[in-house]
Design a protein around this ligand. Structure first.
Ligand code: PFF
Length: 447
């Protein structure tokens, strides 16, 4: 039997888990949802969700993964054999394939934009030309399919090579470079004329805008951004040795992830308002404003291309983690070789990604059905990236609190004498706050 693999070091694990968390969710999805949901109020609720829901669920997933040493389906089965709980794991496996499908389309955009920036498409052009370039770009079916396929192949290639060698080395180099470039961009953006209006939108909450949708989108974004609710952190936890401290690892990952998202907002909104552009443009937001900036700054061609390449790589460390979940399932439960599992699941995601890749061209799928009047990519993003991850997180919290029991989980979290000062707070959160709050937010959508 093939060995499951293990992380080489503690820093390696944190970087790989942060690599999973940090991706398009921070730089593409967070700004576009913030813009669409009125700005600062969304940011506030989002940060609240990270602290109150995200961190506790992350600990629960890591503990579940390390205690069982298994993939999501196997983990539930190991703890409660003969029950239906392992369907929670299956939900995660399906969600992984679906998220990978549309996520890779957007990741393909970053590759395309790297090329466009480098070839000078954005030099000295204004915001209206940039908008035209974007809509033409997403409306080219063959190009979209090609970029989608390219991205999925890259992901398959790395995942088929295995845990430590593939994932870890990659993240080591990448994250610090991305951080640096984001800080430089932020400094530039903050000095633009009119930046203060963007800052006000981003930081001064308007409480009259509060409604159920803002809560759902902020909560879903917290799970999406931290890679929670489908067993990614569970799977990554299963490769973790008993020596590692789960609490501080989780705190680091959440801290790094949230910093990058907040940083992205400090780049996008000042620049956006300084150009008098609308914040509520949806999924195209980042691709509408960043090229305008790169068109203006000295050395923007190189700088911009470098940025999009780093963004593509950040997306890659996330797609790797998405593919890893179903692959770990097939290796553990079906005894498949890693390579075959990677190719099969990657191929499936490619197929499911086709409607999202074509949706920019105005191709409508099942548009007579309710919900399906928006473009397919946004729909899939909402269904799998938001609702499925929220349901998954709810089930994981409930399982750990009432089936596995918090005492067992705490034993795992504090294994080897690790300290957990906020243990009581975590218990309250995982037993009461997480299940109730997630349920209320989900149910409120029907009214
Ligand atoms: N967290 C990733 C991001 O923010 O880009 C996306 C993601 C990866 C979501 C893995 C869910 C997941 F399981």
């Amino acid at each position: 039997m093939e060995s499951r693999g293990n992380w080489g070091s503690r820093v390696g694990f944190i970087l790989a888990a942060a690599g999973s968390a940090i991706g398009l969710g921070n730089i593409w999805r967070f700004p576009y949802l913030t813009g669409k949901n009125g700005g600062a109020l969304f940011v506030l609720i989002y940060v609240g969700c990270v602290l109150v829901l995200g961190l506790p669920v992350m600990l629960a997933e890591l503990a579940l993964g390390r205690a069982t040493g298994k993939n999501p389906v196997g983990a539930f089965r190991a703890i409660r054999p003969g029950t239906k709980w392992h369907y929670t794991g299956y939900l995660g496996v399906v969600a992984a394939v679906m998220i990978l499908s549309f996520y890779s389309v957007v990741a393909g955009w970053t590759l395309g934009y790297c090329y466009k920036t480098l070839s000078g498409s954005f030099r000295l052009v204004g915001k209206s030309e940039v908008a035209v370039i974007f809509s033409r770009f997403i409306a080219s079916p063959w190009l979209q399919l090609l970029l989608l396929a390219l991205f999925i192949f890259l992901t398959i290639f790395i995942v088929s090579k295995g845990v430590s060698a593939g994932l870890e080395k990659f993240s080591m180099v990448l994250m610090p470079a991305l951080f640096l470039i984001l800080i430089l961009l932020m400094i530039y953006s903050l000095t633009l004329p009119g930046a203060e209006r963007g800052l006000a939108f981003y930081l001064k909450p308007d409480f009259t805008e509060i409604n159920g949708r803002v809560f759902l989108e902020a909560m879903g974004q917290a799970f999406f951004s931290l890679s929670l609710g489908m067993g990614t952190m569970l799977t990554y936890g299963s490769y973790l040795s008993k020596k590692e401290k789960l609490v501080s690892s989780a705190a680091w990952v959440a801290f790094l992830d949230t910093s990058v998202a907040l940083l992205a907002g400090f780049i996008i909104f000042p620049a956006l308002f300084s150009q008098n552009m609308a914040p509520d443009q949806g999924p195209g937001l980042v691709f509408a404003i960043l090229p305008v900036i790169f068109g203006k700054i000295p050395g923007g061609v190189i700088f911009g291309a470098f940025f999009f390449i780093l963004l593509a790589l950040a997306a890659l460390t996330s797609t790797i983690s998405l593919l890893e979940v179903p692959v770990a399932f097939l290796i553990d439960e079906k005894k498949w070789p890693r390579r075959r599992a990677s190719w099969l699941i990657g191929g499936l995601s490619l197929l499911f990604g086709i409607p999202s890749a074509l949706s920019g061209g105005g191709v409508k799928f099942f548009s007579r059905l309710p919900l399906f009047h928006v473009d397919f990519l946004s729909l899939w993003d909402k269904v799998w990236g938001n609702i499925a991850l929220s349901i998954g997180s709810l089930l994981i919290a409930f399982f750990v609190a009432y089936v596995w029991k918090t005492a067992k989980a705490l034993e795992e979290i504090t294994a080897g004498g690790a300290r957990f000062r906020l243990a009581r707070l975590w218990v309250i959160s995982i037993k009461y706050i997480c299940p109730l709050l997630i349920l209320v937010v989900l149910i409120s959508q029907f009214f």
